[in-house]
Design a binder for this molecule. Sequence first.
Ligand code: FCB
Length: 454
Amino acid sequence: MISLPHESPLGDHNFIFGIATSSFQIEGASTTDGRLASIWDQFCQKPGAIKDGSNGDIACDHYHLWRQDLALIAELGVDSYRFSIAWPRVMLKNGELNPVGVAFYQSILSELERLNIKAFVTLYHWDLPQYLEDEGGWLNRNTAYAFADYADKITQALKGPVYSWATLNEPFCSAYLGYQYGIHAPGLVGEAYGKKAAHHLLLAHGLGMQVLRKNCPNSLNGLVLNFAPCYPASPSPEDEAAARLADDHNNQWFIQPVIEGCYPDLLAQLPIEHRPDILPGDMELISAPLDFLGVNYYSRAVYKDHQETGYQQWLPSQVELTAMGWEVYPQGLTDLLVQLHQRYKLPDIYITENGAATDDHLVDGQVNDEQRVRYLQTHLEAVHEAALQGVPLKGYFAWSLMDNFEWAEGYLKRFGLVYVDYQTQQRIKKQSAIALQQMLAGRKALAQNQIGEI
Ligand code: FCB
């Protein structure tokens, strides 16, 4: 069972409950109707890059099954659906739109409107067209301008209400995992690359915001960042400093420029060749006001001092882990939100992703994902706690609608509230989906009663 705390701000009918996916992880149809290759298509071909050697060619075949998937979303009773547009599906190499790709997203938007489900659309959830990577990808400043051009064309082409546009999902992952550590596409490795790629991604966000302001003034426009709040492994000053340093590199590096127009002071201590190439005007663009900030949270990170790097992640023992090996730590979500609220002048906040991979098995047509149910319950309580402490929280999206291609983990990790049998493409609601559906139905009934009382 999932339930909201008594008289919770999350029970307010204006608070948005949603469920999230992203294009590459669910769509499949990777060469259909003129879709071009993305960096993830290419990366999947690299031996050893994806744990199970899989790729996104078919995934959940959502490109063909989208109508039934939207019906499932409606059945859950959520207010909103967060999904992303695959850039290589809608843009051709010559800079023109691919009308068939555009029509696919138009159908989704029209059906969501008919179902009375709000669309939260992300323009970039990591599937960069490979032809742009061939020119340097996010290490090339021109990619930011290409993004603005794509954003301009697609937002003009799509008709019908988009409640919210996000420029990017988790630039931390695109920049660091993709260009510095090499565990995500395009798989580059180099200390010097991470912050250079990050700057071009943030610039793309800033240019994208200009486009959204012009083309979609009635939508909520913003950015989605991921955070793993940093804790010291011990109260020693060395470990405390390690946690602060990790926080600057991983969390503050992305939010501070967006809210305050500058990078953390750490910038001046970086070797010159690791610093981003910042041109005049960049920071103003990057820090243009947001209508909302999306916060993705899965777990915290604990750090110890380290001689060479200054910090090293450390996993506390005897804690509950998910199938990803990530610690279950709901308090981290409250701490994170309250700390961000104390430190920055925040716009409205939406939890745009929160969820867990669990060891799910289909037994007699059912999936008893009790760990996910508990995870969702405790994290909703954590959001509730932060809302009580004054954080301007306006919505919560569970990751994810259904099991899907979990990047470097392939199909080995299941994050869905709905189980996907990849052999048959059958969707089966797990206990968590049923529990969420019941909670939302109860919340709706309560809201209607309250309206009745007035
Ligand atoms: C986030 C990604 C999302 C999903 C979850 C588990 O970092 O945004 O696509 O893979 O992790």
